[in-house]
Design a protein around this ligand. Structure first.
Ligand code: COA
Length: 225
């Protein structure tokens, strides 16, 4: 599949409202697809897939269902444009940031099948990320992805704004990992700060923390674009 071909081309006259809401079970396939497409060019995904972006998309699409969106403790938001799902934000509340042993056991066959030998590279990243996890109450964000055809139109910010409104209502800090410089700037605008970094398989991974804040976040549960 040519990933450069948008699955949801947007005509110039199109200006549907973007709505952010909790994910329902029937959204799961579309949500995993969006995350797979969004992360096909992500540095970590590409290094794990040895530079094969089709494999990176497939692996991510399968793994995100088993290890993230499908978890009972996950808090998943989706952004919709009309009837189309265009963005996804996943988060877990500490201490559920990492898979529990039972979840590892349950998801291992799926992950193994999806990643094959790439699992050794993914494991290095997963293990390093886990070591950085703050051992204090917080919301752990990730992944956040927007369909490539819809990026740069405020959808990621809408998802982040909605999520951080909930986080602020609960008076909790938030935490995330990122491997993209441009994303660091985006998260900084929402109050996250880099607290650590580590070179993993040649990629500079940043670990970002947002203190429980009183300041008002750019809240956008719906917007025009
Ligand atoms: C990062 C991402 C979620 C941002 O969502 P978005 O809807 O494209 O971004 P928005 O339009 O809401 O906000 C734009 C900001 O996002 C950042 N950004 C990161 N990647 C971007 C992209 N591919 N296109 C446009 N903006 C991007 C920029 O900082 C931009 O700020 P600017 O407008 O001041 O230049 C989205 O681009 C994406 O899915 N990227 C690929 C997957 C990924 O890297 N996810 C995050 C992992 S930590």
């Amino acid at each position: 599949m040519d990933l450069s071909t948008p699955q949801h081309p947007r005509s110039d006259s199109q200006s549907d409202t973007i709505t952010v809401r909790r994910m329902s079970a029937s959204d799961m396939d579309a949500a995993c697809q969006v995350i797979g497409l969004a992360f096909a060019d992500n540095p970590n995904s590409l290094v794990v897939a040895a530079g094969d972006r089709v494999k990176a998309r497939r692996m991510t699409q399968t793994a995100v269902r088993a290890a993230k969106l499908g978890r009972s403790c996950s808090h998943v938001l989706v952004a919709e444009e009309g009837a189309r799902l265009v963005g996804v934000l996943n988060a877990a509340e500490w201490p559920h940031c990492q898979l529990r042993p039972g979840e590892v056991f349950k998801t291992a066959p799926v992950i193994l099948r999806a990643l094959g030998w790439a699992l050794t590279r993914q494991w290095k990243i997963t293990r390093a990320w886990a070591k950085h996890d703050p051992r204090a109450p917080h919301w752990h964000l990730g992944p956040l992805g927007v369909h490539p055809a819809c990026q740069g139109r405020g959808i990621g910010k809408a998802l982040l704004g909605a999520f951080l409104t909930m986080v602020d209502d609960q008076g909790l800090p938030a935490y995330l990992e990122t491997d993209v410089d441009r994303n660091v700037a985006l998260y900084e605008k929402f109050g996250f700060r880099v607290i650590a970094q580590e070179n993993l398989l040649g990629i500079n991974n940043r670990f970002m923390w947002r203190a429980a804040a009183k300041w008002s976040t750019p809240t956008m549960t719906t917007l025009r674009c």
